[in-house]
Ligand binder design. Structure first.
Ligand code: PHE
Length: 335
């Protein structure tokens, strides 16, 4: 009998020691302390013992019961803290969370792409201020005060003689005042017009181009712009030069490309014409050369201005210019 209770204790302690989780422990606790458990069974059988052994056997069994209850309690709390750690802790088998990487804004990407093409053609990049004087934005470009040509550009006036530049063309007289010909520059940047709808935002981007030297002809203008468009879109893109008017170029031409959406069949994007206007250009007006002190007998040149959003919209099939500036990460991630 004595041996029996010692055996029970030994076995119980050993298996509690080995239990790996609280479920196993629970099973053991039922096995030893439960209503039909080993110890209860032992106590129930005490009446079968010879009378003189009953008190000591009962006492021993009750002591063991108390001891096991304590051991179980400790073992449970030990395992629980381990289980708890497993639950809230780091699961080293999970794949890691990738660090989010930023990317360049689609407008920046397209501007870089356009600049790269012209850099390869030998152009330099010139910077020019966004807050501009009336003189460089208009007068130097042959647009006098109160002239109706100013109506083309809904201007934000900072004060009577200071404006937010309405185009990148002020870079032309600014560069020419500082450099002797030959000149071959592009000038990208923000421009501002009081205008806002599906195809217009009050701030947008342009890239200006200017090439001045002896014997620069309209043929050079056509050649450079054709090369540019073929490189930016693809070699199959056909384009046309359509007569136009700008006060600072003469003759002037707007360049259209075959609609990239419908390939010229006519669709919503090209208003059924099959053509899309993408830039303004022309031969630099002699009045502009005179304003910067260039000899109009010696030099000729051409200039152009491209809208960057427009190029990006055509290249990626984006139908609303405002998407560029809502900063919706789902839109921006696509580029
Ligand atoms: N500055 C003109 C515009 O914004 C574009 C242009 C640039 C036209 C250079 C001719 C030459 O509309």
């Amino acid at each position: 009998m004595q041996n029996n209770i010692i055996d029970i204790e030994k076995q119980a302690l050993e298996s509690i020691e080995q239990a790996g989780n609280s479920e196993q422990l629970e099973q053991l606790s039922i096995k030893y302390l439960g209503r039909k458990g080993v110890l209860t069974g032992f106590l129930r059988n005490i009446s079968a013992l010879p009378e003189d052994q009953r008190p000591s056997a009962g006492k021993r069994a009750n002591i063991l019961k108390g001891k096991l209850e304590k051991v179980f309690k400790n073992a449970f709390s030990k395992l629980e803290s381990v289980d708890g750690k497993d639950f809230t802790g780091i699961d080293v088998t999970l794949p890691g969370r990738p660090a989010q990487r930023g990317s360049l804004h689609p407008i920046t990407q397209v501007a870089n792409e356009i600049c790269d093409i012209f850099l390869r053609l030998g152009f330099d990049i010139a910077e020019s201020p966004e807050v501009e004087t009336d003189y460089y934005n208009f007068e130097a470009l042959n647009i006098p005060k109160y002239h109706p040509a100013r109506d083309m550009q809904d201007t934000f006036y900072v004060s009577e003689n200071i404006v937010l530049r309405t185009h990148t063309s002020p870079s032309q007289p600014r560069v020419m005042e500082e450099t002797k010909p030959p000149v071959r520059i592009i000038s990208p940047g923000k421009v501002f017009r009081c205008d806002s709808d599906v195809t217009h935002t009050p701030m947008f981007y342009q890239i200006e181009g200017l090439m001045v030297d002896k014997n620069i002809s309209f043929g050079d203008l056509k050649g450079i712009l054709t090369t540019f468009i073929h490189q930016f879109f693809d070699k199959q893109t056909s384009l046309r030069f359509r007569p136009s008017f700008f006060p600072f170029t003469e003759p002037s031409a707007e360049v259209d490309i075959r609609c990239v959406m419908c390939k010229g069949k006519g669709c919503r994007i090209c208003s059924k014409t099959g053509w899309l206007e993408i830039l303004g250009s022309g031969m630099v007006h002699p009045a502009v050369f005179e304003n910067v002190g260039y000899d109009i007998e010696k030099y000729t040149g051409f200039a152009f201005g491209v809208g960057i959003e427009r190029m990006a919209m055509l290249k990626y099939g984006i139908d609303d210019i405002r998407k560029f500036y809502e900063n919706d990460i789902r839109f921006l991630r696509q580029f």
